[in-house]
Design a protein around this ligand. Structure first.
Ligand code: PMP
Length: 301
């Protein structure tokens, strides 16, 4: 990924892709405080761009620092990065970190850097509407008083990387993490939904990431007359689920056909919402307008 042509937006200007370096003594590298976003470009346009930019700003705030750019300025930088890459469909990775001024842990005045990279990217599991298999991880999503769970921060992805690696070693596609209470939480990069008696059930975002796709899909489901219940889910409730699926920027609406030794069919609810989501992400009229709100969008993400 580091060795390719192109440019990356770094601290307000474009630099050649291969020269977008940071110093080895960067605070963000040593202490896990960097924050990032994952965004998708559909038809040349970043879906829910402003919500992502706002979440990046909020994540930095949760990690104790401010960004030198507003969400609106990040929107503009991202559009420039997408345009510079000539992207029609792709992925965008904004990232922010404290720089190399100091390795003191408390570094409120350290320089904060921001980069935005954009590149063509296929779907995560791009072989049609196949279901994926999850492996329940021994790593748990921590409590809000144990880790800054509201931030999309690198520190939390150390757990995701361990869990994902173990799942792949077990021959599965991804990990399912429980939360600190032992309830169902999320996959390494996606939120979880169960279909029980025709209704959708999903954990509240009190220690899982408040996913932008999750909110969009909740809105799409309610628009279609489906009931969506946000509540804590016991792992044993998987026995009652007739369908399981994940939602995320990269995963979109991804059916799950097994969790450990339980199996689930590819069901109609997930398929309907996957189609609705695929239409929704391409529904915008042009490349600059903000997305119209979905019914479940909340302003404090
Ligand atoms: N949970 C985690 C841990 C994630 O990394 C992601 C991907 N950002 C999600 C959920 C889904 O969030 P979103 O829909 O905003 O991509």
């Amino acid at each position: 990924l580091a060795d390719r042509d192109g440019v990356i937006w770094l601290d307000g200007a474009f630099v050649p892709w291969r020269e977008a370096h940071l110093h080895v003594l960067s605070h963000g590298l040593h202490y896990g405080g960097s924050v990032f976003e994952g965004e998708r470009v559909y038809d040349g346009r970043v879906f829910k761009l402003h919500e992502h930019s706002e979440r990046l700003v909020a994540s930095a705030r949760h990690m104790g620092y401010g960004l030198p750019w507003t969400a609106a300025e990040l929107d503009a930088a991202t559009r420039e990065a997408v345009a510079a890459a000539g992207l029609t469909d792709g992925y965008v990775r904004p990232v922010a970190w404290r720089g190399g001024d100091t390795l003191r842990l408390a570094a409120p005045d350290a320089t904060v850097h921001v980069a935005v990279a954009a590149w063509p990217w296929p779907r995560v599991f791009d072989d049609g509407p196949r279901g994926i298999g999850l492996h329940t991880s021994r790593w748990r999503r921590p409590a809000p008083d144990t880790a800054p769970v509201r931030a999309k921060a690198a520190a939390l992805y150390a757990l995701g990387a361990l869990a994902g690696q173990e799942a792949e070693a077990a021959g599965r596609d991804d990990a399912l993490l429980l939360d600190h209470r032992g309830r169902l939480a999320e996959a390494t990069g996606a939120n979880l939904f169960l279909v029980i008696d025709g209704d959708l059930h999903t954990p509240p975002p009190d220690c899982v990431l408040d996913g932008i796709t999750r909110r969009t899909v909740i809105g799409l489901a309610r628009d279609r007359g489906l009931t969506v219940v946000e509540r804590h889910l016991d792992p044993a409730e998987l026995d009652r689920a007739t369908e399981v699926f994940l939602t995320g920027t990269a995963y979109e609406v991804q059916p799950v056909t097994s969790v450990d030794d339980r199996t689930f069919p590819l069901g109609e609810v997930g398929a309907t919402l996957a189609r609705a989501y695929a239409e929704r992400v391409r529904a915008a009229e042009d490349g600059t307008a903000d997305d119209p709100p979905d019914s479940a969008d909340s302003p404090d993400s």
